[in-house]
Design a protein around this ligand. Structure first.
Ligand code: PTT
Ligand code: SF4
Length: 643
């Protein structure tokens, strides 16, 4: 049905090849694709009606799953200008064609929607039993719209869909919510829920699962809250038909066995992402005092080595044999699961160097359903406003009690918390006093934990990330520093950002599996086309997967441009002004800052490689090459495309 939109012979041939390779069983006249369930479940909370839609071959072959499926649905169905917190917004939970199989780290799920924080495309990737159970309910994605009259939760058990009253759950934190729902529906159920922050429509809220996994940084917890949806419980028992069961099994076995043999495995198991604290400190990239500095005097207090001494146990996502969630006892004597981003944003970035106290702030975020990155960034912003006398708040750097109170005030929108709950971009507009200079975000999404005064490539990665300033698509800082190229602006950095976006933001987000086996242990990329072929019967090269990722990227960019209309410009892809204007004042890189003209050239090199024009909008030729002819035609209603 989409084939007539392909305008180049090359693309047409690629899609025809993939379509003809896709295998399916005919059951009761319905085509069941191998690997995919081939079904999307739609639920309207206003009418309490549901329907099942075929996830067509065409759609699956062009967008695969996860993020690709999500943006295509949002593009097709969401009226431009829709208020993200209105019933009309769509909340999408989507898996991919190899999610949930017995393959390394395959228990992930994409949560996506139009973001209340940024006004653009927003998504997150969460590791949870909900992903496995969603697939076992016989679907590849759940699309939720509307708004329940009173708080509800959804209970999905195979084909059964129940709208359950959530009066007794509303107001509970996410840990208690999950505990109650597991009591009611069994411990093997997968639960996604929101805490009070999501209920109170805080733009920094996420969806939470398993007491320490969170997804949807761009305010997707608030989207769920705006629908009066407290939780979704998945309980599935269906088998997914795959193309070659034996092959999939033997590949999975081989892959699982290969993971613990990797050189970095033991260290990874000890420190997980926390090793990055010491590494960033050594390279002047540890976000400190609202991204003013790249080194923190008390970094040792929050390092991976310090954490190792107090770890009590480890937790992780389903199907993973390199689990990385390190649990410690926090300063209140409660469990808290630590990751690099959480610890630095709630530690060095707010001037706090005591790991147990940082762990307490982290646990509060998980309970309340606040994004740790957005929250830590926003508290740093507030501390700087207080320091400069822009707001009347008794809150100094490193003030643990003050930070604790502020988190709760943000979650409940009390006092100044109500302003900060909108994130730093909007808060700085409300507060004024020049505070936009220290609002550290891109496109409204708070920067995650890498100070970029010395790393222009990572700044480009933040600038061009498809959801706003997040590191997940192109974490090139490691390559940039290890190759001795920090501080350089050569166009190979644009190449590298693109390469990483194709792999991390493209392939992994569409297949929907964890990228850590590859990035942390060197698990080879060519395993993934092999997994994919065993599951689906479709032979697809890595290059073809990357092209599919380019299509998804172009459509996400088109979505942003359609939403922002005349307000779109290349400045949207700039990192925070602080990194250009205020040099580091401490550490081995004292005096370093980014150069605006050179950054702009790097950005242009990136656009050229993507086939986007000088505004950062895909050209018509690029859209056609990627099989987005119809989408290009629609986009032209909002902005004139460059041929
Ligand atoms: C992710 C972002 C990250 S990225 C972290 S720590 W990281 C923060 N974690 C939070 C948290 O915890 N609690 C909370 N209340 N807020 C949080 N906000 C922050 O959210 C996560 C891991 C990690 S840990 C990373 S890098 C990798 N991310 C992957 C990804 O994006 N895609 C993919 N295919 N594989 C990935 N593997 C790794 O997964 P968001 P998780 Mg997360 C407690 O969701 O919105 O993408 O933001 O999902 O299950 O917790 O796993 O150093
Ligand atoms: Fe989850 Fe960590 Fe395993 Fe990835 S490596 S699947 S984030 S536990």
């Amino acid at each position: 049905m989409f084939l007539h939109f392909f305008s180049t012979r090359e693309d047409e041939l690629l899609i025809v090849k993939i379509l003809s390779g896709m295998k399916y069983d005919l059951i009761n006249g319905v085509r069941i694709m191998k690997g995919w369930n081939g079904r999307l479940l739609r639920i309207d909370l206003t009418s309490e009606k549901s329907s099942v839609q075929e996830y067509s071959h065409d759609l699956a072959s062009r967008f695969m799953g996860g993020r690709g499926l999500a943006v295509k649905i949002l593009w097709d169905e969401l009226k431009p200008g829709t208020d993200p917190l209105s019933p009309d917004n769509l909340l999408i939970f989507s898996a991919g064609p190899i999610t949930s199989f017995s393959l390394p780290s395959s228990g992930k799920m994409v949560v996506a929607s139009k973001s209340p924080l940024t006004g653009g495309y927003g998504d997150g990737n969460i590791g949870t039993m909900a992903s496995v159970n969603l697939r076992k309910c016989g679907i590849d994605g759940l699309l939720v719209k509307g708004k329940a009259r009173n708080p509800v939760y959804l209970y999905l058990e195979d084909d059964k869909i129940v709208f359950k009253p959530a009066k007794d759950l509303w107001g509970l934190d996410s840990f208690k919510t999950e505990m109650e729902l597991k009591k009611a529906h069994g411990s093997s159920s997968g639960v996604l829920s929101i805490g009070p922050a999501g209920e109170n429509l805080v733009a920094l809220s996420t969806v939470v699962s398993q007491n320490g996994r969170a997804g949807g940084r761009p305010g997707l917890g608030a989207v769920m809250g705006s629908k009066n949806l407290k939780a979704v419980v998945f309980h599935g028992s269906k088998e997914i038909t795959v193309d070659d069961e034996e092959k999939l099994k033997s590949l999975g076995k081989e892959a699982y066995e290969s993971i613990p043999k990797r050189a970095n495995y033991k260290f990874w198991k000890r420190q997980g992402t926390m090793a990055t604290v010491e590494w960033c400190q050594a390279h002047s990239t540890l976000p400190t005092r609202n991204f003013r500095e790249g080194v923190f005097d008390e970094a040792d207090g929050i390092s991976g080595t310090t954490m190792e001494k107090i770890v009590t146990k480890q937790r992780g996502c389903p199907n993973c044999n390199m689990i990385c969630g390190n649990v410690v006892e926090d300063s209140d004597g409660m469990e808290s699961e630590l990751d690099y981003e959480n610890v630095t944003m709630l530690g060095s970035n707010i001037g706090l160097g005591d790991l147990r106290k940082v762990a307490t702030l982290n646990r509060i975020c998980d309970e309340q359903g606040l994004d740790t990155i957005g929250a830590g960034n926003t508290i740093g912003f507030a501390m700087e406003c207080a320091e400069k006398g822009i707001i009347d708040l008794d809150l100094d750097w490193g003030d643990f009690e003050g930070a604790k109170n502020l988190l709760m005030n943000i979650a409940y929108k009390r006092g100044i918390g109500a302003t900060l709950a909108e994130g730093v971009r909007k808060a700085s507009e409300t507060i004024g006093g020049g505070s936009s200079k220290w609002a550290i975000h891109v496109k409204g999404l708070e920067c995650s934990a890498y100070d970029c005064h010395v790393v222009p490539g990572m700044a480009l990665s933040f600038g061009t990330s498809p959801i706003g300033a997040h590191h997940k698509d192109a974490w090139i800082i490691s390559w940039e520093i290890s190759t001795g190229k920090a501080g350089e602006y050569g166009s190979e950095k644009a190449d590298k950002v693109l390469e990483f976006q194709r792999i991390r933001g493209g392939m992994f987000e569409e297949l929907v599996v964890c990228r850590f086996p590859w990035i942390e242990l060197g698990f080879e990329l060519d395993w993934y086309p092999r997994f994919f072929e065993a599951a689906t019967g479709v032979k697809m090269s890595l290059e073809e997967m990357f092209t599919l990722g380019d299509r998804v990227y172009a459509l996400i960019r088109a979505f942003w441009v359609r939403e922002y209309g005349g307000n779109w410009s290349r400045q949207m892809d700039y990192p925070p002004t602080r990194w250009f204007d205020e040099p580091l004042t401490k550490g081995p890189s004292k005096g370093a800052k980014l150069d605006k003209d050179k950054y702009d050239n790097l950005l242009q090199a990136y656009y050229d490689k993507r086939g986007w024009d000088s505004r950062g909008i895909p050209t018509k030729t690029t859209m056609l090459r990627l099989g987005l002819g119809e989408e290009a035609r629609q986009l032209e209603k909002y902005v004139k495309l460059t041929p």
